[in-house]
Design a protein around this ligand. Structure first.
Ligand code: PSU
Ligand code: MN
Length: 323
């Protein structure tokens, strides 16, 4: 069910682009001041294989609901940025796999004209979330500064988006396909607070610890919601990054997964993969080389992030009601 963006209700709709469409359920939650969690879809189209991708997408929505918040999975459907997918749309996106394009900030306008369908990256999902008035977002891992960026210049648009767009992103850190210290330096330059949930160190996606610290540790969802509210109270335009380590029982030991990642990077180099294809290529190679162990860990950490994001969104909604 899709409501027209020119419909009367939510405050966010007044300035909404006609290219952004909000589902009835998301619209109702916005109107009622409920907690909402935006969910990206490149992880569905390019991050995981069928049918695990569909199971994961459904389970993530359930995990958000279990925290009394409302999920808003975001994708580009026939050229529109759709905020809130029904189950049929979710399944069709998951089945479409890589025939669906990968949509980041720079791809949105072309996708609109071509009426394309695709999964939105963290950057494009943040744009849609901010347009709709959704403050909290859950993903698996963000894009970042790639290893060797000093020669390739490969830096994900996710980092610029975090510098510009007021959405708090819960992630399990960044994969060590990236240069994590450089990624954190970049975020510092762009003024993005990097918080650790029950951790002093930034997590490294499959493994719970990278060698780098976070800016501030918080042990409750309520405190993180308060940081989001304070960032807004200052009128600061950027986002917030929250690192939530993968659950202990599902995390993979760094020394084990790092050799797999190194092998995947060598394969990418040999195959001459670059640009927007590099992240999906590496994710696929890591899954194959790890014999599926990485996929299991990936699903567990995404669910863990959805739970935390749901709790933060619910706390933020309560804060706003009491303000
Ligand atoms: N990292 C992961 N899994 C993913 C991605 C990154 O561990 O699925 C996806 C996210 O959608 C992220 C995007 O926003 O890849 C970044 O792509 P790029 O590096 O091309 O900006
Ligand atoms: Mn890139």
């Amino acid at each position: 069910m899709i409501t027209s963006p020119s419909g009367a209700s939510a405050a966010a709709s007044s300035a909404l682009s006609p290219l952004v469409r909000i589902s009835g359920e998301v619209r109702a939650a916005l109107d009622d001041g409920r907690g909402l969690v935006a969910l990206e879809s490149t992880i569905i189209t390019h991050g995981m294989p069928w049918p695990e991708n569909l199971d994961m997408a459904r389970a993530v929505e359930d995990a958000v609901r279990a925290q009394s918040a409302v999920p808003a999975t975001i994708a580009v459907i026939d050229g529109h940025l759709q905020v809130g997918l029904d189950d049929a749309a979710l399944e069709s996106l998951a089945r479409g796999g890589t025939s669906a394009i990968k949509v980041s900030r720079r791809d949105l306008a072309v996708a609109a004209v071509r009426k394309a369908t695709g999964g939105t990256t963290v950057a494009a999902t943040m744009i849609a979330a901010a347009a709709a008035g959704i403050a909290v977002f859950a993903t698996g891992g963000i894009g970042g500064v790639h290893r060797g960026a000093e020669t390739t210049f490969d830096i994900s648009a996710d980092l610029e988006e975090l510098g510009n767009t007021p959405v708090a992103v819960v992630c399990a850190g960044a994969k060590s396909i990236l240069d994590i210290p450089k990624t954190l330096e970049y975020l510092e330059t762009r003024g993005v607070p990097v918080l650790g949930y029950r951790t002093d160190v930034f997590p490294a996606f499959f493994s719970r610890e990278s060698g780098s610290g976070v800016d501030a540790r918080f042990d409750s969802a309520a405190e993180i919601a308060a940081v989001i509210a304070a960032q807004r109270a200052y009128g600061l335009k950027g986002g917030i990054l929250i690192g939530n380590p993968a659950p202990e029982e599902d995390a993979l030991p760094a020394n084990k997964i790092d050799s797999t990642i190194a092998a995947a990077l060598e394969d990418a180099d040999r195959a001459g993969i670059a640009g927007k294809d590099i992240t999906p290529f590496l994710l696929g190679r890591i899954k194959d080389l790890s014999g599926g162990a990485s996929l299991k860990a990936n699903i567990a950490l995404v669910l863990n992030n959805a739970r935390l994001a749901g709790a933060i969104a619910t706390e933020l909604a309560a804060l706003r009601r009491s303000a």
